[in-house]
Design a protein around this ligand. Structure first.
Ligand SMILES: NC(=O)c1ccc[n+]([C@@H]2O[C@H](COP(=O)([O-])OP(=O)(O)OC[C@H]3O[C@@H](n4cnc5c(N)ncnc54)[C@H](O)[C@@H]3O)[C@@H](O)[C@H]2O)c1
Length: 250
């Protein structure tokens, strides 16, 4: 019950890492406000989380829309109470070579993966400041925040931006008891990586780079999110935890 009496907002919780984080938090007694553009998926996550006896509110919300974000946060507070944890998990990935990339592809990647975190974090921080409360923000960055991948300039830029944003929030709001950290997963088996995981040559190349010699699972990410959300990480802010099987050591 490491999150007992806490209330968390988790975005992109219909599947993958977001669903795993929601279920892991529920196991530890956390009440949840979970959202996604995929309403059926997030409702299914809510049913699974409720089995653990916690209160769950599932909402359809697009994290790129300020109106959706503000409605989501005020609904969460009204229905559950003061928020203690924000997990900025919603994200997208698609390949695009830099010379062919359209304005729309660039803008969409930056909006969903970076501007959304500005909107969500600002809205929740305003709520914390008004209530004179602290809290923990957990951002889903990536090893792509720190190293380059081909056909991924838009994704790497957005994910690198998260590290900078997270550090600035840690600095600016640390004195108010607000912490902000990043998780940087390597390759985790979700819908996002499924197409690449069916490419044997690519998987073999990844295996050469991963000292722990396996692809990550959403539960690996969820356990690290639990630590950053809980009071066990109370003296950690502005930092990044890599969940990559050791990929980044070389
Ligand atoms: N899977 C990996 O290997 C990996 C590695 C590093 C980082 N990440 C990050 O983890 C996070 C979760 O990814 P995942 O692998 O679980 O992928 P996923 O595709 O399984 O889940 C992403 C979820 O985000 C939701 N979403 C997309 N756009 C949205 C929007 N505008 N508003 C609200 N929700 C939206 C989707 O509907 C989906 O449910 C992402 O931020 C991703 O960049 C994943």
């Amino acid at each position: 019950m490491r999150l007992k009496n806490k209330i968390a907002i988790i975005t992109g919780a219909a599947a993958g890492n977001g669903r795993a984080i929601a279920l892991r938090f529920a196991e530890e007694g956390c009440d949840l406000a979970i959202s996604d553009i995929n309403l059926a998926g997030v409702q299914e996550t809510a049913e699974l989380a409720s089995i653990h006896g916690v209160r769950v509110v599932a909402m359809k919300a697009d994290v790129t829309s300020r109106a959706d974000v503000e409605t989501m946060v005020s609904e969460a507070v009204t229905q559950l109470g003061p928020i203690g944890v924000l997990v900025n998990n919603a994200g997208i990935f698609f390949n695009a070579s830099f010379d062919q990339m359209t304005d729309d592809q660039w803008a969409r990647m930056l909006n969903v993966n970076l501007t959304s975190v500005f909107l969500m974090s600002q809205t929740v921080i305003r709520h914390w400041l008004a209530a004179n409360r602290g809290g923990s923000i957990v951002n889903l960055a990536s090893i792509s925040s720190s190293i380059a991948f081909t056909n991924s300039a838009h994704y790497c830029t957005a994910k690198a931006g998260l590290l900078g944003l997270s550090r600035c929030l840690a600095l600016e709001f640390g004195p108010r008891g607000i912490r902000s950290n990043c998780l940087a997963p390597g390759i985790i088996e979700t819908a996002m990586t499924r197409p690449a995981l069916s490419d044997e040559a690519m998987v073999a190349d990844w295996m050469r780079r991963i000292p722990l010699k396996r692809i990550g699972q959403p539960r690996d990410v969820a356990d690290a999110a639990l630590f950053l959300a809980s009071d066990e990480s109370r003296y950690i802010t502005g930092d990044t935890i890599y969940i990559d099987g050791g990929w980044m050591v070389e």
